[in-house]
Ligand binder design. Sequence first.
Ligand code: SF4
Length: 333
Amino acid sequence: MSGNPVSHSRPDPVRALCLFSGGLDSQLAVCVLREQGIEARGAVFQSEFFDQRPSIRAARALGLPLETLDFNADILELIRKPKHGFGSGMNPCIDCHARMIRRAGEWMDANGFHLIATGEVAGQRPMSQGRGTLQVVARESGYGDRLLRPLSALLLPATVPEQEGWVDRNRLLAIEGRSRKPQIELAKRFGLKEYPQPAGGCLLTDPTYSLKLRELAEHEGLDPRWIARMRMGRQFRVLGARLVVGRNQAENTKLESAAGPGDLLLRATDRVGPTGLMAEGASDEQLRLAGALLARYTDAPAGDTIRVSVEGGPGRTFEAQAMTPENVDGYRV
Ligand code: SF4
């Protein structure tokens, strides 16, 4: 299935690229492989939706070299068209696993590694890790023949690394199901003390974030610039236009650096207040409302008139009346 021809002699050392979330299962998969002398390297995927910090922390604690693989374009493509659908949020987990394994496989081929490993446990998560699903993921990744799940390997068909004797199958495990007991026992054996909760680091599994992302997708599409801006301040929908207003100086600075061609920056010229960002092409009515929202977060009392400057597009200044806090809520995303 995978790209490079399989060598039949045992490589020395055998090198495994391990998908490494930093959660307990991924740490255990590394330990199980290392125990039989396999050289392990971690892979962490980078996108707006994932938190890489648990991987980095855990890799440091294990002394595991870590590769960062850019997954931004992949995850957006999968969210747009999830062949296997979504989980409870906008998380296309089956497609996402398969794609991550494919990317890891490509890296493996390009860097002289011999197998890919994951910490997946059969039956642990009903949607993405049922035994059948693990097989679907293996097949669709295109690298199933060199994809090893050390924690559940004995419940799955033997892969090339096992058949060829690169990995001793007898020293792999048959963990299955949702109980964490076997993993906790194993963690004790390997002396692992700190591990984050499983799947804690993906925003796409968060129902509230997913609703907001859906809302963004309906209006701005899944534009990576606007996805990044979801983290940069208060979010409003003003007669169909998105407005982001900084909550503090750090966010104002972020918004100013994020603005590019096609964007407008709004600022109060006669008051202390935040920066606002919206897309060029906003109508007078949208700008007037955006100005009123922006004014609410200046030091002007509700109802007072301030001057707002617009940077970008033709540029202009106009007057806006600070909105009352109660009215603001109707425009929040
Ligand atoms: S939880 Fe997020 S990162 Fe993990 S497989 Fe699902 S979509 Fe991908």
